[in-house]
Design a protein around this ligand. Structure first.
Ligand SMILES: Nc1ncnc2c1ncn2[C@@H]1O[C@H](COP(=O)(O)OP(=O)(O)OP(=O)(O)O)[C@@H](O)[C@H]1O
Length: 257
């Protein structure tokens, strides 16, 4: 019924999900995704934006191979090594920060781990335990852990949610720099359009549940130098596409940015 596989030479992420149903305790099916297709070119950052409860986390879980109960095909970038950061950092509580990273990436070189800790401003926390970390710090450790495996695909689920504005901006800039420098194919899930525009090279706008892509918008490069005017234009364009989808004219389209 489904197929999740590393690409045989192709480097992009290709997702084609005919349907994903959940089954409630009463046995009534709940359709989370239907006819959802997206392609993310290698080395790019894609941002999946959609209303609360539309199926964003479900989509990430399918791509990560954590849930295989769906109808469709998912082709991962070559080699298919995944790094994932969940909304909750999910660190091992009995391990220090550096050991959390070592356990997840046993083949990582110590100097690569040290460089990651430096880049994420975690060096002074290397010996700390998760209970000693704020949510913002724990997210950074989770990100370091995901990057330490040198993923072919990085999956980020609402990386900035529940952080105050200053911390969110700080982490957003760190993520943008890391994925730009390392050219990691990255898929970010968010409910926040501005966050998506700040982090994504390409935006995938999802409909309400059952989710499908109602529009794909390319963010003009270079993303980091995006002018406020351009960002505002993209935001308006995305809002129009969401409104059109809600009004029922939700034909998939690819407006030029
Ligand atoms: N294990 C499950 N069993 C039954 N229903 C589920 C399960 N997981 C998710 N759902 C339902 O599937 C739908 C999509 O959920 P999902 O968490 O993927 O949405 P989301 O867009 O990530 O939501 P949010 O923005 O609130 O994080 C929701 O209606 C949710 O209640």
């Amino acid at each position: 019924m489904n197929d999740t596989s590393p690409a045989g030479g192709a480097a992009s992420l290709d997702v084609s999900i005919a349907s994903k149903d959940y089954h409630s305790a009463s046995g009534r099916p709940l359709r989370a995704l239907e006819g959802l297709r997206l392609t993310l070119p290698a080395g790019q950052a894609g941002a999946v934006v959609g209303p609360s409860g539309c199926g964003k986390t479900t989509l990430l879980r399918l791509i990560a191979g954590l849930d295989k109960d769906y109808v469709g095909t998912i082709v991962l970038p070559e080699h298919g090594r995944l790094g994932m950061v969940f909304q909750e950092p999910r660190l091992l509580p009995w391990r220090s920060v550096i050991d959390n990273i070592r356990v997840a990436a046993p083949h990582a070189r110590e100097d690569d781990i040290a460089a990651l800790l430096d880049e994420l401003r975690l060096a002074e926390h290397a010996a700390h335990f998760p209970r000693e970390l704020s949510l913002g710090l724990a997210r950074r450790v989770a990100l370091a852990r995901a990057l330490a495996v040198k993923p072919d695909l990085l999956l980020l689920d609402e990386p900035l949610v529940s952080l105050d504005a200053a911390l969110a901006q700080d982490l957003r800039e760190m993520i943008a720099r890391l994925i730009d420098e390392r050219r990691i194919t990255t898929l970010i899930v968010t409910h926040d359009l501005r966050e998506a525009i700040a982090l994504g090279d390409r935006l995938y706008l999802l409909s309400a549940r059952p989710a499908h892509v109602v529009a794909t918008i390319d963010v003009p490069a270079p993303r980091r130098a995006l002018e406020r005017e351009t960002a505002e234009r993209l935001e308006a364009q995305a809002k129009d596409a969401f409104a059109a989808a809600r009004a029922g004219s939700s034909q998939p389209r690819h407006p030029s940015a």
